[in-house]
Design a binder for this molecule. Structure first.
Ligand SMILES: [Zn+2]
Ligand SMILES: [Zn+2]
Length: 278
């Protein structure tokens, strides 16, 4: 059993066949999927998809690419959407200095404003960070220090969120785990290392205990080997799990069980399910 902790099923790439994609995911034993929004519209679509299909868990937020759209009114609407009991996180939010589709200072303001929403709502965050690790850690670190009870209830055991498509090295992984975050591993872990370009993600997997690790496709992007060049989809999760099993020299089932348990600790599904039932 596997969980895809990050897939954008509202993407136009899935407009024609999302139900087929979900059936293929189930056939591949991918039983649940977190579907993070990237702006106000796609956050609403994430909620709509989740209402239509119980496999899907929505998250709401402005991606750094769309930070320019995150004005005061839109952020208030994100906070309002987050009141829906199906919403599992604020995300995806963060910084992306590779493309700078939104100016860096606008990205930083939107990121901090959305972490503040997560703190107020006591929700976890899904962080996107690309070529912006220093600023990401500075901003996240400030919130961790100034809000010690965020997600921890004071006992220091809760999980504050996940660094999706983990962008760092083993030392950064250890640092964010110490702050109460998990890391998420996507398809590029399957990319072969080249003599001048080691696969840092594989090194992170080797160095990090499974209990802090999530699986993700980031569909429709980041397609793993051997499907590179094609659309990515949640049914590819077992390929990523198999690579992690190979790196850590453990059975595939152990990777599935450990990463699924980690997803539930991050997003608190057990509590939410019992709340819905009562
Ligand atoms: Zn991302
Ligand atoms: Zn994403």
């Amino acid at each position: 059993m596997f969980i895809d902790s990050h897939a954008h099923l509202f993407s136009k790439d899935f407009a024609d066949d999302v139900s087929v994609v979900l059936t293929r995911a189930r056939d591949a034993r991918v039983t649940e999927i977190v579907n993070p929004g990237t702006d106000l519209e796609t956050s609403r679509e994430a909620l709509t998809l989740a209402r239509a299909n119980g496999m899907i868990h929505p998250a709401v937020g402005f991606h750094p690419h769309d930070a320019s759209k995150a004005d005061r009114g839109s952020l208030a609407q994100i906070e309002e959407l987050s009141l829906d009991p199906s919403v599992v996180a604020i995300g995806e939010i963060g910084l992306d200095y590779h493309y700078n589709f939104s100016p860096p200072e606008v990205q930083r303001d939107a990121f901090a404003a959305q972490i503040a929403i997560a703190v107020r709502r006591d929700l976890p965050i899904i962080i996107h960070s690309r070529e912006a690790e220093e600023d990401t850690l500075r901003i996240v670190g400030e919130f961790v220090r100034s809000h010690p009870t965020w997600r921890t209830g004071g006992d220091g055991r809760g999980v504050r969120g996940v660094f999706h498509c983990f962008p760092g090295d083993p030392a950064m992984a250890q640092k964010v785990i110490d702050w109460g975050f998990y890391i998420s591993i996507p398809g590029p872990v399957t990319f072969p290392a080249k003599p001048n370009r080691p696969n840092v993600m594989a090194a992170v997997v080797a160095a990090t205990p499974l209990e802090y690790m999530l699986l993700e496709t980031d569909s429709p992007y980041l397609t793993p080997v051997p499907h590179r060049g094609k659309r990515n989809e949640p049914s590819h999760i077992p390929i990523i799990a198999a690579k992690i099993a190979e790196i850590k020299n453990v059975p595939l089932e152990e990777v599935g069980a450990a990463t699924s348990a980690a997803v539930r600790r991050v997003f608190h599904w057990e509590e939410r399910t019992s709340e819905t039932k009562s």
